[in-house]
Unconditional design. Structure first.
Length: 73
């Protein structure tokens, strides 16, 4: 059974690039902004610049390779 797992945390720009590359390669992802979520709920939390990227655990191996290629360039 698969589940969502956090695969990377980075700035909005880097997460957007990774998310785009994952999409091109057929991998769905979800971005979480902890700071915005906390602010919307009425309390602080998280770092404003950071985003968390989640994927299906079944895509972990392929996604890890894509992310490594992006970060190594």
């Amino acid at each position: 059974m698969s589940s969502l797992i956090k695969i990377h945390t980075d700035t909005q720009v880097t997460i957007a690039r990774i998310k785009s590359e994952l999409y091109i390669n057929g991998i769905s992802s979800l971005v979480k902004n902890g700071f915005q979520s906390g602010a919307s709920a009425g309390f602080g939390g998280g770092v404003p610049e950071l985003r968390e990227l989640y994927i299906d655990s079944d895509d972990m191996e392929k996604a890890s390779q894509i992310i490594k290629q992006i970060l190594d360039t």
